[in-house]
Ligand binder design. Structure first.
Ligand SMILES: Nc1ncnc2c1ncn2[C@@H]1O[C@H](COP(=O)(O)OP(=O)(O)OP(=O)(O)O)[C@@H](O)[C@H]1O
Ligand SMILES: [Mg+2]
Length: 734
């Protein structure tokens, strides 16, 4: 059973003063609180994480607890590594063996230590989401469950949701035969996992919770051991996590929670700010300590964040101030296109870097992962090393690799790797057994897998047919339309569109990314003489993997706002501040959705210490078409006097506004890219009949903008009315 609690206190001469000397009175009071449960409720950058870390050091160095008596929960692995590093700097102890980690990490550790009691094999494996889905499909097959009536994804969500509420199959209530059938699958799936010695993510937490709640001896052992339980980002814990904490805390241990209701950004995953109220009640918390001084940001940044968040309803209410001076205004930049926005950011980064700001002290934040592609492209071109955090680089993402594999098969059917990647993705009933047979047959006749597949018959040959069909259908199409065709006909797009429930968010990201691939193809055609599919695939291979900064080297941070929680940087760029993108359009249909987006924006703003850029683009490519979004309402919610516009402030998108585009006034740090060269005006007129390769014949019903930025509205005979960018639409007159 784990480490024993050491009796010998840990005394470090003089460290008490050193540890506390840099803190303000409230922070100090929080660090020195007696061993009772407490809630520190405080805004961004007020030192919550610092207080939590210092408290651990304080308790240990004063002999109030041994290092093994502490359990600290962080939100990400990155955060737990940082906490260990900070602790090591404060205490001469090995922090590696301490129980500091994420909920999943800590549960895994407990289950490994007590695998027998948890009824697991010593080497139990963890299923990721796609492993889990294959496992569910096998169960369904064995039970003869119709996967049209019961989509495997729906079952996956059903199982996950119930486990996250602490429910096993036999505890789920069934009101109808449909649910009863799902419960059967749930039960059989758990049996199969048990037989095979695997656990999924939600099982980690539930199994650990059950272990502790059923095994009194173990529970008492850990309750005896973890005298101090400390939780960072408490506002984002879900109900099962909270129950797990309660169990470990028992009657007498101290739960020290720090959090900020204004930074609660995981409600969509079941996190519950209400936990804060429950904590006060369940743990008889008498003192809620508020920290109101922000040490991170200059005044203007903080004023902007405060002004923004003040528009939210139902806040617990707290003020933030800083002793720092106002600093610079927030820099706003409106770019003509998303590519210009990305180039502007790359230029500014280089400029700041030349002035001495380390790349790792800068971050570019975006709302959705798909936005990283345009940014990556510009950074590669500018030679800036960067690292994508909390997600993969664009061309390494699963769905992009799948799409590229299909495209590769179109140009080279002998590419066995690509074939193996997608022969059964999306699933088309080609099992591991068939693939083995295929490989044997290819070996026997010394042919490629594709040739072997053509001979094999059944579903495998059906796949060959699909590739051949797609190849002939796309033979004479321009590159973006080839990509579009393959996304639609391979079933990739539909596969993600069919996601439901909790998986929907992830699937939406994948769909956005696939659309982004289409944008990449469209752009590629414009930037390259050779715009063949082969050339594009070569380009994709080169952009993947080549420029990712090496581990440990100085590199710019690229990440979603979600992934940036708890971090800070000298300079931050918040990109894509457009209505529909940030705030995300999905938030409009969800109750409290806009408030959650605003909290996300608050998180983004408060990451910056010294300099903040807010950027957006007049036009952005989405699904191969140009979208004209409005400036984000969040930008409008920031007080005018805090903003410095680097581009002329455009309130309306009119053709004259485009013509008025000019470099920013002197005094700003950097010139934006030159305005697009106007093309011959009047080439198109309302009422004119036109032809588009994909949509066919139509009539122009609207014109807007000018030059490469111009767009037309066309009412197509068969495809309905669409706005198209003149630059990309390649219209001909009919
Ligand atoms: N008393 C202090 N004196 C000087 N600097 C401080 C003090 N307290 C905190 N800081 C610094 O302020 C910054 C923000 O602190 P910290 O990250 O702990 O805030 P936080 O409340 O956890 O923020 P977030 O809500 O974003 O997680 C850090 O750089 C930290 O070192
Ligand atoms: Mg923090």
């Amino acid at each position: 059973m784990g480490n024993q609690v050491s009796d010998s206190p840990f005394h470090l001469q003089g460290s008490k003063m050193d540890l506390l000397s840099g803190l303000n009175p409230e922070q100090r009071a929080a660090v020195e609180l007696p061993a009772r449960s407490a809630l520190i409720l405080a805004g961004a950058g007020s030192g919550k994480t610092r207080v939590l870390t210092t408290r651990i050091a304080y308790l240990i160095s004063n002999g109030l607890v041994s290092p093994s008596g502490v359990l600290a929960v962080t939100f990400t692995n990155k955060a737990s590594k940082e906490m260990q590093a900070r602790l090591s700097a404060m205490l001469p102890i090995n922090t590696r063996s301490m129980w500091i980690g994420t909920f999943h990490g800590l549960c895994n550790r407990l289950l490994r230590a007590h695998y027998r009691e948890a009824n697991l094999p010593q080497t139990f494996q963890i299923l990721d989401s796609s492993d889990q889905q294959s496992a569910i499909k096998r169960v369904m097959k064995a039970l003869n469950v119709d996967d049209e009536k019961y989509p495997p994804r729906e079952l996956q969500n059903f199982i996950g949701r119930n486990k996250e509420q602490g429910l096993r199959a036999h505890e789920v209530e069934a009101y109808d035969p449909y649910t009863r059938r799902k419960i059967e699958v749930f039960a059989a799936y758990d049996e199969q996992c048990q037989r095979e010695g695997v656990v999924d993510f939600s099982e980690l937490l539930l199994r650990c919770y059950e272990l502790l709640s059923r095994n009194q001896q173990l529970r008492e052992h850990y309750q005896e051991r973890f005298k101090h339980i400390l939780v960072d980002e408490f506002q984002d814990t879900n109900p099962l996590q909270y129950r797990w904490l309660k169990l470990l805390a028992g009657q007498s241990n101290a739960l020290f929670a720090v959090g900020d209701d204004d930074q609660s950004i995981y409600a969509f995953r079941g996190a519950n700010v209400g936990n804060m109220q429950e904590l006060l009640r369940d743990f008889h918390v008498e003192n809620v300590i508020k920290l109101e001084q922000n040490y991170r940001s200059h005044g203007n940044i903080l004023d902007a964040a405060n002004a923004l968040i003040s528009r939210n309803r139902n806040r617990l209410g707290k003020e933030l101030w800083t002793a720092e001076h106002k600093g610079e205004p927030l820099r706003v930049y409106e770019a003509p296109t998303d590519m210009d926005e990305a180039r502007f950011i790359a230029d500014e980064v280089r400029h700041l870097h030349r002035e001495g700001v380390a790349l790792s002290e800068m971050a570019v934040l975006y709302r959705s992962n798909a936005q990283s592609r345009a940014l990556e492209h510009a950074l590669v071109a500018a030679g800036v090393s960067y690292r994508v955090y909390g997600g993969q680089r664009f061309y390494e993402r699963q769905e992009i690799k799948h799409a590229l594999a299909y495209l590769r098969l179109l140009v080279n059917q002998d590419d066995d790797n690509s074939l193996l990647r997608v022969i059964n993705f999306p699933t088309r009933g080609i099992g591991a057994r068939s693939i083995e047979q295929l490989q044997e047959s290819a070996k026997q006749y010394n042919t490629t897998l594709f040739d072997a597949a053509a001979r094999m018959g059944g579903k495998v040959t059906g796949f060959v047919g699909l590739i051949e069909e797609m190849r002939s259908a796309t033979a004479n199409l321009p590159l973006p339309e080839i990509v579009d065709h393959v996304l639609a006909h391979s079933g990739l797009m539909a596969n993600y569109q069919n996601e439901t429930g909790a998986k929907k968010h992830e699937a939406q990201e994948r769909i956005d990314n696939l659309n982004e691939l289409l944008n990449a193809a469209t752009l590629f055609v414009h930037e390259n003489e050779d715009d063949s599919l082969v050339a594009f695939l070569t380009h994709a291979t080169l952009e993947a993997g080549e420029h990712q900064a090496e581990a440990g080297s100085d590199a710019l941070h690229l990440m979603t706002v979600h992934a940036a929680k708890g971090l800070e940087f000298h300079s931050v760029f918040i990109s894509g501040l457009e209505e529909g993108l940030f705030p995300h359009q999905n938030s409009q249909n969800e109750d409290g959705g806009l408030d959650e987006e605003r909290r996300l924006m608050y998180v983004a703003l408060t990451r910056a210490r010294r300099r903040l850029y807010l950027t957006f683009a007049q036009s952005r490519m989405l699904h191969g078409q140009v979208n004209y979004n409005m400036m984000s309402s969040f930008l409008r919610e920031l007080p005018d006097e805090l903003l410095q516009w680097l581009s002329p402030r455009l309130t309306q998108r009119t053709p004259s506004a485009f013509r008025a585009y000019s470099p920013p006034a002197a005094g700003s740090t950097k010139l934006p890219p030159a305005p697009p060269a106007p093309v011959k005006e009047g080439a198109w007129r309302i009422g004119q009949r036109v032809f588009h390769q994909k949509f066919g014949e139509g009539t122009i019903t609207g014109l807007e903008g000018n030059g490469t930025e111009g767009r037309v509205q066309v009412n197509f005979k068969h495809a309905g009315s669409k706005w198209l960018a003149l630059e990309y639409a390649k219209l001909t007159s009919a």
